[in-house]
Design a protein around this ligand. Structure first.
Ligand SMILES: [Zn+2]
Length: 348
């Protein structure tokens, strides 16, 4: 009898240790890097510009067109060297394991984390670094891939994606749980990065670029901008966005009140250290102004950059702005005073 009791205790201890092991493993799996940003630059500013460039140490990592398909290039901004973000010279950059390979499905913008950035596609969330890549979460994140090829977005702990039933699903990718579903939502066709999670609220654009926000607790949607909102970002607790038609940039309180125009025309814009950097057309001129649209300075002039501007990127720890060209064949950097520009051309 006593022997059976010991066996039972041993079995219980064994079962408990198994339970602990599996829960320990689960805790490890949810250890996903957090989105980082600095007070000096706008929150979501780089993602709202298409989310195609991030800074990792002294390197810029950006999406460029190679001979066959878009891949990640890493640019050594100290030694002025540009190459695929992959250390294997024989690699064709077509496998999921390759840190230059992005995805076969539509992907999210690049979201900055410590020492790298996150990118989500239809099935996975990856952390990329300099010549490195690891999967940090997997699940089912939507397959539509319409509207500029971008369907899903990463914001805080959440991944958002539109479904064929015209709903927006919000999933916590750390737990793989759907935390909210919103009806009457079709993707806004005005580009990537039109979703952000800030101070407890999820902001996103739907349908004809209507900007809404929700606290995810009660599931109620508050309409902030009735239509035509794009390039949403937050700087010093105020919301900035552009009008999809007029391209005017507006600043408002986080609930959308007190909206006022600050820039007359901006195809792309971004904010750093109290100044707005913008290009009125797809290029090639770039200007800066203060947060009220005054004190306008021209950084680059017509003819400097014949390929046009495809997004303006700013980082807290460097004195240049980076911009990709419209056709993703090159990346330029220009000092914030408009001097010392450099060009990097993508080659295999
Ligand atoms: Zn490779």
């Amino acid at each position: 009898m006593r022997k059976y009791k010991i066996v039972r205790i041993v079995l219980i201890v064994f079962a408990l240790s198994l339970l602990c092991l599996s829960s320990c493993r689960k805790a490890e799996q949810t250890d996903i890097p957090q989105q980082v940003y600095s007070k000096g630059t706008a929150f979501n500013g780089n993602q709202s510009n298409g989310g195609r460039c991030q800074k990792v140490g002294d390197y810029l990592i950006t999406i460029g067109n190679s001979d066959t398909h878009p891949i990640f290039y890493s640019i050594d901004t100290v030694n002025d060297f540009c190459a695929p973000n992959c250390s294997d010279p024989t690699c064709q950059h077509t496998s999921y394991k390759c840190p230059a390979f992005i995805s076969n499905t539509s992907q999210s913008p690049m979201v900055p984390v410590q020492d790298g950035f996150l990118v989500a596609d239809a099935n996975s969330v990856y952390k990329f670094g300099l010549e490195s890549k690891e999967m940090v979460a997997s699940g089912s994140y939507g397959e539509l891939g319409i509207t500029n090829g971008i369907n899903n977005n990463l914001a805080g702990d959440f991944i958002t994606y539109f479904t064929e039933e015209k709903t927006l699903e919000v999933k916590n990718y750390k737990t793989d749980e759907i935390v909210a579903t919103f009806e009457d939502c079709e993707p806004s066709r005005y580009g990537a990065g039109n979703v952000l999670y800030y101070d407890g609220y999820l902001y996103f654009c739907r349908n004809d670029a209507q900007l809404v926000r929700t606290n995810l607790q009660d599931g109620n949607l508050e309409v902030i901008v009735p239509s035509k909102a794009t390039s949403i970002m937050i700087y010093e607790d105020q919301l900035y966005y552009a009008n999809t038609t007029s391209k005017q940039v507006f600043r408002a309180e986080l609930d959308g009140s007190n909206a006022q125009k600050v820039v007359d025309r901006a195809m792309f814009f971004n904010i750093k250290d109290g100044r707005i950097y913008y290009s009125p057309e797809a290029g090639p001129e770039i200007f800066s102004c203060d947060l009220n649209g005054r004190d306008i300075v021209q950084l680059t002039k017509y003819g400097d950059f014949p390929d046009g501007v495809g997004g303006i990127y700013l980082f807290d720890d460097c004195d240049y702005l980076a911009f990709t060209t419209y056709n993703f064949s090159k990346l330029y950097t220009v000092d914030l005073n408009g001097e010392g520009w450099k060009v990097y051309t993508f080659e295999q």
